[in-house]
Design a protein around this ligand. Sequence first.
Ligand code: ZN
Length: 379
Amino acid sequence: MDAILAYAQSRQNEIIALIRDLVECESPSGDPAAVERFVDLVSDTVSSFARLRRFPGDRFGPHLQCEFALPGANKDGQILALGHSDTVWPVGTLKQMPFRQAEGRLWGPGVLDMKAGIAFLVFAVRALRELDLPVRRRLLLQLNSDEEVGSESSRPLTEAAARRSLAVLVLEPGTGLQGSLKTSRKGVGDYTLVVHGKAAHAGLDFSSGASAILELARQIEKIAGFTNLERGLTVSPGVISGGTRANVVAAEARADIDIRVVRRKDAEILDRKFRRLRPFDKRCTLEISGGLNRPPMERTPAGVRLFGLAQKLAAELGVSLEESSSGGGSDGNLTAALGIPTLDGLGAVGEGAHAPHESILVNRIADRTALLAKLLAAL
Ligand SMILES: [Zn+2]
């Protein structure tokens, strides 16, 4: 059997124990103190074999970089392993969703997205060290504290680290219960449309009012029409609000709109369409803001080559690995947009990210850990 796989299997209980510790240290994006406790925990876990640096996350918790001590020269360029320490789950979620092992799975808030992925990387490093397998490159792990809320604060750090790297391995979950890797992801953006109308008494003075709600309704119909499913382009008004009382013609209404694109060019075309919106009722005015915040991870030859390597290494582990594309964004979008070969979805195999049934498959812990170690040894 593959020596790295044998190592990972023999350490499976330890890997599970680490996943449990990570899950039980809750770390929602909006709670900097909680995220900092999580960063402390990861730091303590790896401090004996990594050089650690923290970076302020502004209103979020700190971002963490770990440069690992690995066998071999580690001189010839850098590999960036990318993850995030934050989750979407508020502190206290563990009361309703305690960490547990049942039905061949581990359950708990953040277990899939992406605490197990972090544990896998730690044990991949330990495998390389304990089996004394030489690694050509330096390995930098970066954990961002604000990925689930758009990575505004971590983005410059991620981009700077990526620019110094030959390849980026993203520890986000794989796709589906097969755990396919992601070689492309849609770009994600949002727009806000605020309509200003003119308030009036709906009974006494109806005609002098200009309804912001009616105007918004017409605009939404138009905006939703920007969707082009064949090009993988979607425009989805997700939240609307407006008006004050039923007997008042509404003076203001707003919509928050999600956009997804496969190609960067489409985002530019879409942006022009948004900027060109004009009111149907000339007495109303429109205020449009927003844009693309994560560029698409487009499927590139270099990314596909990296996938091909992972596929070959997975086959040595007896796993047939597939390629997939995702409608969701990750920090891998940022690194891929810089032209750095990026392979995403290397974390856990499971389902229910951001949902109460969030869980990972226990019988995929060892091979995913081994795959990371083999990639690091091969790159
Ligand atoms: Zn994630």
